[in-house]
Write a protein that binds this ligand. Structure first.
Ligand code: KIV
Length: 271
C-alpha cells in the first residue's frame, strides 16, 4: 500500500501511526541529490544517509573511515532532493563512542548544519544514556542492533546475530532499552525472523529490518545493492529490483562505440 498523498512530510509520528495501522515502512539509503529526489518521488518513507557510504561511495572495506564532515556533506546533498521522506543520518564511528557529551554535540551538529530529521547510532544497552540525552533534546534517534557493522573488528565477521539464546536475549533487551531511552524506531540487522517478530510485537516503536525477515514494521536496503549496481555483494537478504550494473555497462559501451565511429553527436545533437 502506498502512503503517498496520505501523509505530507514523514515524521516520527507518521512512522508510529504506520506501525499502529499495519502499513509497512519502506526505507532505503541515499547519498546524493539525484537519487534522493527519485526515492522521494517514488514513495520512500525514510531515507538513511548511511555510513555504508564509506563502502559503496568511497570504496572502503568497512564503515569505519567515514567522517562527520563527510556525512554532513552527503546529507546536505540528499536533503535538497527531498519533499516528503524523513531523512536520518548515521553518526559515524567514533562520533558517539567517546562520551555522551561528544555524541550529543555531534548529533546537534548534524541537526544544525543539515536539514535532516534525526540521527542513527549502532548499539543498545551501552548507549541508553546517549540515546536519552539526544532524544530528550528533541533530536529523533533511530537505534540499530543485531549486526552492527561498526563493530566488525570486535566480531570478526558480518555473520547473522542472535542465533544463540544468550545473544537473542541481549538483542531483545537492547531493543527494550532503546525504546525506554526514547528512540523513535530501531533497525534490526541480520537476525532470525522469529526473533525480529518477537521484538516487533513487544515494542510500541517501529522496527525496520535488513535481513531480519517479513515481520518487521518496515524494511531497509542499501540502494546500490537493491539496484544491482554492486554485483560483488549479494547476501541472501538483498533482492535485485534492477540490474543497473549491466544497464550502465551496456550504455557506456554503446557510447564508446558511437564516439569511435563518429555516430555521436549527429546533426540534431549539434548546434
Ligand atoms: O549504513 C547503512 O546503510 C545502514 C543500513 C544498512 C541500515 O546502517
Amino acid at each position: 500500500m502506498s502512503t503517498q498523498g496520505q501523509f505530507r512530510k514523514v515524521t516520527t509520528k507518521t512512522l508510529l501511526v504506520m506501525k499502529q495501522k499495519g502499513i509497512k515502512i519502506a526505507a532505503l539509503t541515499a547519498y546524493d541529490y539525484i537519487t534522493a529526489k527519485l526515492l522521494d518521488q517514488a514513495g520512500i518513507d525514510l531515507q538513511l544517509v548511511g555510513d555504508s557510504l564509506s563502502n559503496v561511495f568511497q570504496g572502503n572495506e568497512t564503515t569505519l573511515p567515514v567522517t562527520m564532515d563527510e556525512m554532513i556533506y552527503h546529507t546536505k546533498a540528499v536533503t535538497k532532493g527531498i519533499q516528503r521522506s524523513m531523512v536520518i543520518v548515521d553518526l559515524p564511528f567514533m562520533s558517539y563512542q567517546l562520551s555522551v557529551d561528544e555524541a550529543f554535540r555531534n548529533a546537534g551538529r548534524i541537526m544544525k548544519e543539515t536539514s535532516a530529521g534525526g540521527v542513527k547510532l549502532e548499539g543498545g544497552e551501552q548507549y541508553a544514556e546517549t540515546v536519552k540525552k539526544i532524544s530528550d533534546a528533541g533530536i529523533p534517534v533511530l537505534g540499530h542492533i543485531g549486526l552492527t557493522p561498526q563493530s566488525i573488528h570486535q566480531f570478526g565477521s558480518y555473520r547473522e546475530r542472535g542465533k544463540t539464546e544468550e545473544e537473542a536475549a541481549q538483542i531483545m533487551k537492547d531493543a527494550k532499552v532503546l525504546e525506554e531511552a526514547g528512540a523513535f524506531a530501531v533497525v534490526l540487522e541480520k537476525i532470525p525472523a522469529a526473533l525480529a517478530k518477537k521484538i516487533t510485537e513487544s515494542l510500541t516503536i517501529p522496527t525496520i529490518g535488513i535481513g531480519a525477515g517479513i515481520h518487521c514494521d518496515g524494511q531497509i536496503l542499501v540502494i546500490s545493492d537493491m539496484l544491482g549496481l554492486n554485483k560483488d555483494f549479494h547476501p541472501r537478504f538483498v533482492r535485485y529490483y534492477a540490474n543497473l550494473a549491466d544497464e550502465i555497462d551496456k550504455g557506456i559501451r554503446q557510447y564508446v562505440e558511437d564516439v569511435r565511429k563518429r555516430d555521436f553527436p549527429n546533426e540534431s545533437e549539434s548546434y
